[in-house]
Ligand binder design. Structure first.
Ligand code: ZN
Length: 276
């Protein structure tokens, strides 16, 4: 059931991915018009709009004009469903699993709008940041940075929601701040923009969900992924070094890796560095 629910949400994320980056504001509506073929404009009936299944039954072609349907649609649906399943398997049917499925949805939209249109839409980055702040009130303070600081500042520990919100604000400030700083340094050195402000907004959102430690790990992993895949891409496609990579996509993939695999990495690092 979690998998099927994930497929349905993935189908909605496809609409967000296609429409939010549109140039005309009236084309950005995610509720209107109904789904239609981008080639022949024929409306898509419900039985041709079933996640994953319809793509397979139609063999990836539009029913009326037989033009190919982008394989990204079923891919997004499958990735969403698998991430929903992973959240439920790792965190159980809990509030924390709900938090990470919401986060996964935000990351999926940003990863794909950045790949397709090199855009990280404001409704997702700002809306996601707002969601992260609200969810912080109901979350257990996981990061430990606020707890560590409060032990040095106060005789009595503040209540959990305050610590959790503080972690969220530290994470958002670190994520947005670090990316802004890197962008500024690059701009001063090269005299042109190397990183869009969308990446800064995105990492503010990521920081709000992950807290400072996991945010730092996300930037590290995202930069590594970007460097390795970027170099491979330049070698294989023979595009110049100035080819604009979807850095937001790498950050989004890194953030999801950190959600599911970050805890042992952080514990290992804190142990070998003698902090814990
Ligand atoms: Zn068509």
């Amino acid at each position: 059931m979690v998998f099927i629910f994930g497929l349905l949400i993935g189908s909605f994320l496809n609409v967000c991915i296609r429409r939010l980056p549109a140039e005309q504001p009236e084309e950005r509506s995610i509720v209107h018009p109904r789904s239609h073929c981008p080639h022949c404009k024929a409306p898509i009936d419900w039985y041709d709009n079933i996640p994953l299944l319809s793509y397979l039954l139609l063999a990836g072609k539009c029913r009326s004009c037989k033009m190919p349907i982008s394989a990204l649609y079923p891919v997004v649906e499958l990735i969403t469903a698998l991430l929903f399943l992973a959240s439920a398997a790792v965190f159980g049917l809990t509030f924390i699993a709900l938090k990470w499925t919401i986060f996964a949805c935000l990351m999926i939209v940003l990863v794909f709008t950045d790949i397709i249109a090199r855009i990280l839409p404001d409704p997702i980055t700002f809306g996601g940041l707002a969601a992260g702040l609200v969810l912080a009130f109901f979350s257990v303070p996981e990061d430990g940075a606020a707890a560590w600081l409060s032990r040095r500042l106060f005789d009595f520990p503040p209540p959990a929601p305050v610590l959790s919100l503080a972690d969220t604000l530290f994470g958002a400030a670190l994520g947005g701040g670090l990316l802004w700083l890197v962008g500024e340094v690059y701009f001063k050195m090269r005299g042109r923009e190397g990183m869009g402000f969308g990446d800064v907004k995105m990492m503010t959102l990521v920081g709000a969900f992950l807290g400072p430690q996991r945010t730092f790990l996300t930037i590290l992993v995202g930069s590594l992924l970007g460097s390795i895949l970027g170099l491979l891409f330049i070698l294989v496609r023979r595009k110049g070094a100035d080819y604009e990579l979807p850095f937001g996509s790498f950050l989004g993939i890194a953030a999801l890796l950190v959600v599911f695999f970050g805890t042992p990495v952080l514990e290992w690092y804190l142990r070998i560095s003698g902090i814990r």
